[in-house]
Design a binder for this molecule. Sequence first.
Ligand code: SF4
Ligand code: SF4
Length: 450
Amino acid sequence: MCLKDKIFAAGVVGCGGAGFPTHVKLAKKVEYLIINGAECEPLLRTDRYIMTNFADEIVSAAEAVRNEVGANLCVIALKQSYKEEISALQKSITAGGFSKTINLHFLETFYPAGDEHIIVREVTGRVIPPSGIPLDVGCVVLNAATMLCVHGAMKDEPFTDKFLTVTGEVNTPAVQKVPIGTLFSDCIEKAGGAKTDDYIIISGGPMMGKVITREQSHSEVVTKTTSGIIVLKKGGVIEKTNAMSIRQMLNRARSSCIQCNYCTQMCPRYLLGHPIEPHMIMRKTGLNGSLDGLLADRDIQNAVLCCECGVCEVYACPMGLQPRRINSVIKAALAEAGIKRGGDDGQKAESKMRDLRKIPTKRAAARAGVVDYYDFDIKELIVFEPTKAELLLSQHIGAPSVPVVRDGDKVAKGQTVAKCPDGKLGANLHASISGTVKIKEHSIVIESRG
Ligand code: SF4
Ligand code: SF4
């Protein structure tokens, strides 16, 4: 079996983003393979832990993938402040004899250094077109944690366990390695429990993550893309922003947007020359009071170019408005109406101010109200296995996986329990613990007891 087929068989999808099936990214020849080790979301330490402790695995998988995609060079891009990670990777590159084919690239400590468009620009100097992908400029970008899964796939080990950071208001902030399908509440308990009774949880990082309630943590499960669980006291900026309805956001845009343009001037995609201007979107949606009749408007359609990094609302806007969330609502409305962004790409020259407007990561953390947890020294690894795991059939980009087991079947950890439908974009799914299967509408539950 070739590497691509092994990666497909193992169910590997991108660990750092929306879960794009990794084998599909390796279908074309490219010039550069970029391994994304930026881990730019403040507070997360997952990729850093993996780069320090599994440097040999990452480097050996990187060389194998570089050969697969015919790249002249593989660049592992990480922050210059990641001293231990740099030292571990450099040692592995030298020991493996890969110095001619794998380089390290040192990024400044800014947010969002790990955005795919930004990292390609930083490493190669090339700008991906507004609606484009790294392949358009001869690159493939894979996350550092994904490379550990690729290394597993090289040894025919399926993707069953996930590394993630559990931090914030917990007694033992740590990196955890847990079976996919583990409850968030179990992860919090293994982190020594929450320090407060009144808390919210962010799945992912503080800038881009999804807010869930304490109650939801008893049903929310770890997926292949879960990078972090952050426990926060109630009442912070993130919770307040998240609680607003679209009607409230548009009313506030109408009454409070002073059209200062800061959201646009600080937008990392706008600074690359992409034609997204959040202040224009705020002006038009605020004046209109709804999205009715606006979806054909070019400025509004440009919302699809938003990567939802949150810089505009968490960092830039002096009025505490929500351009990112409004963009997200517009994107969903455009998708539902089947409207594609029309016309030419609209790429402009990159802003000369781009370097000056890079946001120091710690300052982003401060604006997000999470700076108290920024300097946590997270080095401990907690490994555990629950007695129950719920595997969502849709935890990647593409078609949901189709169960190949039935109610009552006994499965062993690593066994295939659902497959990517023939000819579709998707991923296989494997038992993350051994036990008895129960099929639900959107998931497969495995219980090791009873
Ligand atoms: S930064 Fe805030 S106030 Fe200024 S234009 Fe953007 S949304 Fe309006
Ligand atoms: S979230 Fe805001 S700053 Fe980030 S890409 Fe979208 S519009 Fe730009």
